[in-house]
Design a protein around this ligand. Structure first.
Ligand SMILES: O=C(O)c1ccccc1NCC(=O)[C@H](O)[C@H](O)COP(=O)(O)O
Length: 264
């Protein structure tokens, strides 16, 4: 069993418990009455690098990262620093995240919010929208083609945008064939947890310029950002470096300035 398989087994159990408490029809109704989602793609297509800043307490690879008693306060500092979007991990067992965090962040910031979870069932998409998400993550390695396509359609029917995450050339091809508009390359292999920042550079050309390109994970320094921007990243997704930084707003500004050097 890979790390990803193990995480998904837990997600499935937790989902089972939530569906027993709140039926799909109720979550669907809540999604339909939620305020309209915000558009993210124009922000990601801005010539300046977009920083998607993550609220992340812990992770399977690093264990405890930060306490984050007030995720809304952290998100507000991300937005003040110029974050294009806020990613909120809602998976509980391995990341110590929760849907309450999504509610708190949504209520506090007016930038788009990503529900960062392991999406395996349509219930989670209605749930994401009901809790104010504008974006969801689709991990190609966790989905067959039929689910990838149907979840892309459901995401768009709900007015949200999907960040479609890849790690290999084959996954990039599957994402493109399914019609993904925003494609992430995760520098972290979710089966082994190894991180290699070269993953993005190796796959950026394959994605091409029709889709938005997001470099994800393992981005720690301004030099990392400069390199990824020079390789064509439109956006970066950063968790650890921001939650461990004493001044996350300053870190985001520093990353955006580094990206300018990378594309010059
Ligand atoms: O972060 C992990 O250890 C992890 C392990 C298994 C599946 C997903 C994982 N992380 C989710 C993410 O996508 C990252 O939180 C995100 O890209 C930010 O990464 P980082 O900047 O390295 O914290």
């Amino acid at each position: 069993m890979t790390v990803l398989d193990d995480i998904i087994a837990g997600v499935r159990e937790d989902l089972h418990a939530r569906t027993a408490l709140t039926p799909l029809a109720d979550v669907r109704r809540a999604a339909e009455s939620a305020p309209a989602p915000l558009e993210i793609v124009p922000r990601l297509r801005d010539p300046r690098l977009a920083v998607i800043s993550e609220v992340k307490r812990s992770s399977p690879s690093k264990g405890h990262l930060a306490d984050i008693a007030d995720p809304a306060e952290l998100a507000a500092s991300y937005a003040a620093g110029g974050a294009a979007a806020i990613s909120v991990l809602t998976e509980q067992r391995r990341f110590n995240g929760r849907l309450d965090d999504l509610d708190a962040v949504r209520a506090r910031v007016d930038v788009p919010v990503l529900r960062k979870d392991f999406m395996i069932d349509e219930y989670q998409f209605f749930e994401a929208r009901a809790h104010g998400a504008d974006l969801v993550l689709l991990i190609v390695a966790a989905l067959d083609d039929a689910h990838l396509r149907s979840f892309l359609t459901l995401t768009s029917d709900l007015g949200m945008t999907a960040l479609v995450e890849t790690h290999t050339a084959e996954e990039v091809d599957r994402a493109l064939e399914a019609g993904a508009e925003v494609i992430g390359v995760n520098n972290r292999n979710l089966k082994t947890l190894d991180v290699d920042l070269a993953a993005f550079g190796a796959l950026a050309g394959r994605i091409g310029s029709d889709a938005v390109k997001v470099a994800e994970s393992g981005i720690l320094t301004a030099a990392d950002v400069e390199l990824l921007a020079s390789q064509g990243a439109d956006a970066i997704l950063v968790g650890e470096a921001l939650v461990r930084h004493g001044d996350p707003a300053a870190a985001i500004s520093e990353f955006m300035a580094a990206a300018e050097r990378g594309i010059r």
